[in-house]
Design a protein around this ligand. Structure first.
Ligand code: PLI
Length: 466
């Protein structure tokens, strides 16, 4: 791709019109804040955070056009014009026939799981996502990981660590029968694997396999525009194509999707479910009125749908994706150059720190990634998120911690929010903590909620030499 103007490769294609002031804290204040939060960064108050890299979900900066869209929102209960505008944009970029807005991604996951899964079913997928798997389990299904082995190894530089291992998938289908596999849950830029893409070649092979077996492919489209960017960059046959056309080709090979619009789509709230099948859509609309709202708003205000429609136009822009992914790489490369163990290749939405290699002396049931995220906060007011043993939860059959191969701290970059100087502060923070890593102890869990424990669990430090 040739740059339209001469600028540095990933410089931002926008300028700042309004700023939000940040609150600075002292180390003593942060030590108290993290103690009060039970060493869980989800329980910190945002006013106590300097650089918030907890998540890229709902944290994007909206553009002037999105803010203008808020004024245009049609707040009719039924048949809102904003819905029809959103429907047109989703059809244009994603290509599915039917759109059902939902309050956010998990609302769509709930509806889809209830519609497609019957008790005793198996749902293969390219690695679990927390809310996705929980909804599959609540519907009576069992998730089975069929991602390629390289995805579980932070040091593998495989360009498409989000690929499905078709041999693993076939083994499952042979064992349980295709009738017990309603669909494969295929995520773009797999979050828990470090923001790693699948290739179009892999998706085409998956499509042929699933057509032959009568298994649907349901896409988690949350970060699939970013996946399309990686396909263009890494798959020779797509080098000259646009992100838009690659996104469309991905969707055309799938049967429907769930979407958290709080990521790719640059909005602060929202999601949707899409499908091509008329009968499935009828049933989805009917469930929506119980759990979300009428099918032309699905838990969203008209203005939210306007912001989403405009956000999607901006999200598929080449220069937006170049800046987005460029900024993540800037931070990742700085950390890698300083010898910090990070997940490779650097993903699209976050830099993942390998807590097992950062804190080899902390055993996994003492939650090294949770402890490390708390240390980053105390060091510099940088808020990160654990993506390891706490997030993975317990095996429902044994009740034991799942102890996933990946024990990661995620430094997640909100879209269009922070500057290069902020990234330098984050890198300094991580390097400072790395220098004193031997003094860092693990944690013990003192409160564990029943579902999605990482959001609300509380911890305290293990006594020294424990
Ligand atoms: O947070 P929701 O309900 O809008 O979306 C749930 C969800 C579904 N799929 C994927 C791949 C996600 O990443 C996701 C939410 N992710 C969050 C909140 C995150 O911090 O990564």
């Amino acid at each position: 791709m040739t740059a339209k103007t001469s600028h540095r490769t990933w410089a931002e294609p926008y300028k700042i019109k309004m700023v939000e002031l940040l609150h600075m804290t002292t180390r003593v204040e942060r030590e108290k804040a993290i103690r009060d939060a039970g060493y869980n960064t989800f329980l910190l108050r945002s006013r106590d955070v300097y650089i918030d890299l907890l998540t890229d979900s709902g944290t994007s900066a909206m553009s002037d056009r999105q803010w203008a869209g808020l004024m245009r929102g049609d707040e009719a209960y039924a048949g809102s014009e904003s819905f029809y505008r959103l429907e047109e944009v989703v059809r244009q970029y994603y290509g599915y026939r039917h759109l059902l807005p939902t309050h956010q991604g998990r609302g769509a996951e709930h509806i889809m799981s209830q519609l497609l899964i019957k008790p005793g079913d198996f749902i293969p997928g390219n690695m679990y996502f927390t809310t996705t798997r929980l909804h599959q389990e609540l519907a009576g299904g069992k998730f089975v990981d069929v991602i390629i082995d390289e995805a579980h190894d932070t040091q593998s530089s495989h360009p498409f660590k989000g690929n499905v291992d078709l041999a693993k998938l076939d083994e499952l289908v042979q064992e349980v029968g295709a009738d017990c596999v309603p669909y494969i849950s295929l995520e773009g830029n797999v979050n828990m694997a470090g923001g790693q893409p699948f290739s179009m070649e892999n998706l085409k092979a998956l499509h042929s396999y699933c057509r032959e077996k009568g298994i649907l492919i349901m896409l988690d489209a949350t970060r699939t525009i970013e996946n399309a960017f990686f396909i263009r960059e890494r798959e020779a046959a797509y080098a000259g194509k646009s992100v838009k056309s690659i996104l469309r080709e991905i969707c055309d090979l799938t049967d429907g999707c769930t979407m958290s619009a709080k990521k790719d789509a640059l909005t602060n709230i929202g999601g949707f479910f899409c499908c091509n099948d008329d009968e499935l859509f009828q049933r989805a609309k009917n469930l929506a009125v119980i759990y979300e709202g009428l099918h032309t708003y699905g838990g969203l205000a008209g203005r939210d749908m306007e912001a989403m429609a405009q956000g999607l136009h901006e999200a598929v822009m080449e220069e937006h994706q170049a800046a987005r992914i460029g900024q993540v790489r800037y931070l990742g490369n700085k950390l890698a150059d300083a010898g910090i163990p990070i997940g490779l290749p650097i993903g699209s939405h976050a830099v993942f720190i390998d807590a097992k290699r950062f804190l080899p002396h902390v055993e996994q049931d003492s939650y090294p990634a949770q402890a490390l995220a708390a240390e980053f906060y105390v060091e510099s007011g940088v808020r990160a998120m654990e993506r390891g043993n706490v997030s993975a939860g317990r095996d429902p059959e044994t009740g034991n911690n799942r102890r996933p191969a990946l024990e990661l701290v995620r430094l997640t970059l909100p879209r269009r929010v922070y500057t290069q100087a902020h990234m330098d502060v984050v890198a300094e923070c991580v390097v400072n903590v790395f220098q004193r890593r031997k003094q860092i102890q693990g944690l013990k869990m003192t409160f564990e909620p029943e579902y999605l424990r990482f959001f609300q669990a509380r911890f305290e430090p293990l006594a020294k030499n424990n």
